[in-house]
Design a protein around this ligand. Structure first.
Ligand SMILES: COc1ccccc1CNc1ccc(C(N)=O)cn1
Length: 256
């Protein structure tokens, strides 16, 4: 079935393409694919091997533990992904997920959501040959300072977070804008039924029906929680006069 031109196309290059069913067959990404808003192609370097054993790993020069991804199959997979770009469009951006990459944050995700074609390279073993990286990779990105056994989970995190920001994917655009980090602050607390849970009541302000007071309380909680938990984020944010006032009231209560 040919979909109308998706807004954004992902090509995931991975030795374990079946892992991507976790995002392509459910939730926001699954629905966006059904709606033809995004597409996710799966490309397996093993399909580009020429030896009888379909070898995809290779030994590291200089010895040491572990293997690397074999250069030829991987390069052919990348070139295949790039060739699958409709004519006249900008070439796909090749992103390599690795612990050595630039830390991903909302700004980066937002920039990526403007692209037309993202080629995500999920590494396995100890990684890839540096010369292949220098030749083909446009952006090396990391989810954080920890090691996964493969880049697939990191690639799926990119697919999910970027897809949320593609216009009309979330339907009620609201929640993407309301996502924490969207404006550099953490999210406020959330409450739902029952009104009294485990002896704790829902904050009265949320039951008041006064939307102006509720919005102000929520903003104050976002400012206060960011101050308490992520002062690094707060330091990067220019606060309005109203925000300054709300935060200082929060700090006064906190320190009283
Ligand atoms: C030993 O694994 C590797 C070694 C080198 C490169 C890629 C991998 C694949 N693993 C990854 C990938 C990404 C992240 C991250 N922090 O984004 C963590 N692990």
């Amino acid at each position: 079935m040919t979909t109308s031109n998706p807004i954004l196309r992902f090509s995931a290059i991975s030795l374990f393409p079946e892992m991507f069913a976790a995002v392509t067959e459910s939730g926001v990404v699954g629905r966006a694919i059904k709606k033809g808003k995004v597409a996710v192609d799966l490309i397996n370097p093993r399909d580009f091997t020429t030896d009888r054993h379909r070898t995809v790993d290779d030994r590291p020069y200089g010895g040491g533990p572990g293997m690397l991804m074999k250069v030829e199959p991987l390069e052919k997979a990348i070139e295949f992904a790039q060739s699958s770009q409709p004519d006249g469009n900008r070439p796909g951006k090749v992103i390599y997920l690795s612990p050595q990459g630039e830390k991903i944050d909302h700004q980066m995700v937002s920039q990526l959501s403007q692209e037309e074609h993202l080629i995500l390279l999920a590494g396995r073993y100890e990684g890839i040959d540096e010369r292949l990286l220098n030749k083909h990779v446009d952006l090396e990105l990391s989810l954080g300072d920890f090691v996964l056994s493969g880049g697939e989970l990191a690639a799926m995190a990119v697919i999910d977070s970027v897809t949320r920001l593609v216009p009309e994917v979330l339907g009620h655009k609201e929640s993407a804008e309301q996502d924490s980090f969207a404006d550099g602050l953490l999210d406020h607390q959330h409450y739902t039924r029952p009104e009294v849970y485990d002896g704790n009541r829902v904050p009265q302000v949320l039951l008041s029906g006064n939307h102006q007071v509720i919005e102000s309380w929520r903003l104050q909680q976002r400012l206060g929680r960011t101050w308490l938990r992520r002062p690094d984020l707060l330091a990067r944010k220019k606060l309005t006069e109203q925000e300054e006032k709300l935060l200082s009231m929060f700090q006064a209560q906190f320190e009283s």
